[in-house]
Design a protein around this ligand. Structure first.
Ligand code: GDP
Ligand code: CA
Length: 316
């Protein structure tokens, strides 16, 4: 079975752990958001690709929720002493090794989609990672009086400055990375991870041609709600949803993605059992919904969410 997943960082990697665990023999491909990427202190940072790579490799820091396990911050201390970089944005030493390696390959002229396998080949991830695009399409946030990179809005301001809009800078000239359209066309099942609908899944679907490829696949497309009981599970995605006029609820996010039968991207949608009441409004929009537990807390619950998503897809 070929399973293709659209994914952001934290929600994406937890869901991918479940897919890999439930379907160890499947051919799993993740199309990963690059909107959070940026050049910083001379290196290219790719937070969502790295979060997924570290998590699937068992190298992620589970207590802190980001970065590498066993991390140290000696280089960050030196950068701070030189006054270089953002004092509120700490890059660990091991993490910087990844950024240096990626930057080395990018500067040698390779596109990101060729750099990713060179980095991931070090570990047995069990999932093929594809960046959504090779172009540098970065998410910027428009706020009162200006605009900033998503990373500054999210990490420095903790998403507390009201966002007026999100701009995917450079998106109009971008195309899906090599392999992305084929991974959708050849899939038996396409899944939307419970990732941020605006700056993760939204930034992936904004790449010209990508949403059309989701609409064109013969595979069923099923999404998993990142919203449980009217709240985000981790992070501050509600601030992103508010900015685009979507309320923080499992049904509002499904209606925002829309039914494939009505120019949207979904055939099916999983909501948490706490959001049972969302099933009917989602169904009336032409999206088959089911209520199942959606907390990705441990291996067993993650694998069960993956099975529920794939089984809903295969039943459509
Ligand atoms: P980011 O790129 O690191 O921000 O991560 P993603 O975009 O992949 O995912 C962020 C979203 O994951 C948040 O909106 C959370 O609500 C959602 N999320 C995190 N943990 C869980 C979970 O256990 N269950 C569900 N259903 N959603 C989760
Ligand atoms: Ca992200």
């Amino acid at each position: 079975m070929k399973i293709t997943v659209l994914a952001g960082g934290v929600g994406g990697s937890r869901f991918l752990l479940g897919v890999r665990s439930a379907y160890p023999d499947a051919d799993i491909t993740a199309i990963v958001n690059v909107g959070d990427d940026m050049w910083h202190v001379g290196v290219r940072i790719a937070p969502d690709l790295d979060t997924i790579m570290y998590t699937l490799a068992g190298q992620n820091n589970t207590s802190r929720g980001w970065g590498r396990v066993g991390e140290s911050e000696r280089v960050a201390g030196e950068l701070r002493a030189y006054g270089v970089g953002w004092p509120w944005f700490t890059l660990g030493d091991l993490d910087l090794g990844t950024h240096l390696a990626r930057t080395h390959y990018l500067r040698s002229g390779l596109p990101l989609s060729q750099v990713v396998p060179l980095l991931t080949s070090r570990w047995d991830l069990g999932v093929t990672l594809l960046p959504s695009t090779d172009s540098e399409v970065e998410t910027h946030v428009r706020v009162e009086g200006g605009s900033m990179h998503f990373q500054e809005w999210w990490t420095r301001h903790r998403a507390s400055l009201p966002a007026l809009a999100f701009d995917f800078v450079g998106v109009s000239s971008a195309v899906p990375a090599p392999g992305v359209v084929a991974a959708l066309a050849e899939a038996d099942v396409v899944l939307l991870a419970p990732s941020n609908p605006v700056v993760s899944i939204g930034a992936i679907l904004a790449i010209p041609g990508l949403a059309d490829a989701v609409r064109a696949t013969s595979a069923p497309v099923v999404g998993v709600s990142p919203i449980i009981a009217g709240a985000v599970v981790r992070g501050m995605a509600d601030a992103c949803l508010t900015a685009i006029g979507v309320s923080t609820s499992a049904d509002a996010v499904a209606l925002h993605y829309g039914a494939r039968s009505a120019e949207g991207v979904l055939d099916g949608w999983l909501v948490d059992t706490a959001d049972d009441a969302a099933v009917a409004p989602v169904a009336s929009a032409g999206i088959t919904a089911r209520a199942v537990p959606l907390w990705l807390s441990d291996d067993a619950t993650r694998a069960q969410v993956a099975r529920d998503a794939v089984e809903l897809a295969l039943a459509l």
